[in-house]
Design a protein around this ligand. Structure first.
Ligand SMILES: Cc1cc2nc3c(=O)[nH]c(=O)nc-3n(C[C@H](O)[C@H](O)[C@H](O)COP(=O)(O)OP(=O)(O)OC[C@H]3O[C@@H](n4cnc5c(N)ncnc54)[C@H](O)[C@@H]3O)c2cc1C
Length: 290
């Protein structure tokens, strides 16, 4: 009996190192100016999935990402670390999609993969920062979910036991399949690339990439079909266009505030407890924390 693990991973602009040209004049992220990276908590999600695969014979890890054609890079990265294959959901008609429209599209792609046992997502993406897509996708698939997973305790083909982070501590929960899990950044970090996997998958490409690279060696992809990364359009996942893009997005962006910290807002502290305490009181009084 096969055991299918689907991992949702997002390619995001590296908003941790924003320079002066990171934001456009209209306050939106200048994605071209920022390096595109594997969403950090999705690497924890990938590691979680690979730990399940290590424990269940015949288990398969499939990466699913929705994004522009260059998001195929994170599918390759995941395969270098142990994922078996990946699918890129890409179409201009997705532009303007908020989290509801995004999770709708992702849920249709998961359905297209057929039956599965485990759906694993990161807790949160560092660009939208809503932590909504994982739980929303589970809802659209009509399956239960365990959020903020921190550690895989036990797993077999019947059920899974997980330690998860809750507001004031941790909780251990067990569940039968199918189940969705969102993984917290405090979980194990992802294993590094495997040299053999790197050699095996370094030529893996989507059709769009092959066209852009004007690659001729069709023979290679005919003889090794696993090197083809499938691209799925709106039509491929049979999505209703009205439920995508701005028309499918109830989130209306009212204003976008461009917050760039100036040096004058920083404060240097000595190492006395009193100074730390005074700062804490100042931050609490200022409603900045607490
Ligand atoms: C009105 C509006 C228009 C927008 N237009 C665009 C646009 O044109 N282009 C654009 O890129 N963004 C756009 N966004 C932002 C986009 O909606 C969110 O970034 C996206 O829905 C994911 O939400 P999030 O970043 O909060 O992720 P979270 O909900 O924090 O992500 C949680 C987890 O879900 C999974 N996940 C999230 N997104 C994806 C994905 N794309 N593929 C696979 N797994 C995923 C990952 O595992 C991730 O860790 C728009 C948002 C709004 C409100």
């Amino acid at each position: 009996m096969s055991f299918k693990i689907v991992v949702l991973a997002k390619q995001v602009p590296d908003t941790r190192n924003v320079g002066k040209d990171a934001m456009k004049a209209d306050g939106t992220v200048n994605r071209a100016a920022l390096p595109a990276i594997f969403n950090p908590e999705d690497l924890n999600a990938l590691e979680f999935a690979l730990q399940v695969k290590d424990k269940i014979e015949g288990a398969e890890v499939i990466i699913l990402t929705m994004g522009p054609y260059r998001a195929a890079e994170i599918i390759r990265e995941a395969m270098y670390r142990g994922a078996d294959k990946g699918y890129l959901i890409t179409d201009r008609k997705f532009a303007g999609s908020d989290t509801l429209a995004t999770s709708y599209a992702i849920s249709l792609a998961v359905k297209k993969l057929g039956s599965f046992n485990l759906l694993v997502a990161g807790r949160q993406a560092i660009d939208g920062d809503t932590a909504q897509v994982g739980p929303q996708t589970a809802e659209k698939l009509g399956i239960p979910q365990i959020a903020y997973a921190e550690k895989l305790i036990e797993v077999n083909k019947e059920e899974i036991t997980i330690k998860r982070r809750i507001e004031r501590g941790v909780e251990t929960v067990s569940a039968k399949y199918p189940i969705a899990v969102t993984v917290h950044g405090s979980a194990d970090s992802c294993r590094p690339r495997n040299a053999k996997k790197l050699m095996q998958f370094k030529h893996s490409r989507t059709l769009t990439e092959l066209k852009n690279e004007e690659r001729e060696n069709a023979e290679l992809y005919k003889s090794r079909p696993y090197l083809m990364i499938e691209e799925w359009s709106v039509a491929d996942i049979k999505a209703d266009v009205e439920a995508l893009g701005l028309s499918g997005s109830p989130t209306k962006v009212k204003t976008i505030e461009n917050v760039v910290f100036q040096a004058k807002e920083s404060k240097s502290l000595g190492d006395s407890n009193q100074e730390v305490e005074d700062l804490m009181i100042e931050l609490i009084d200022g409603h900045i924390i607490g």
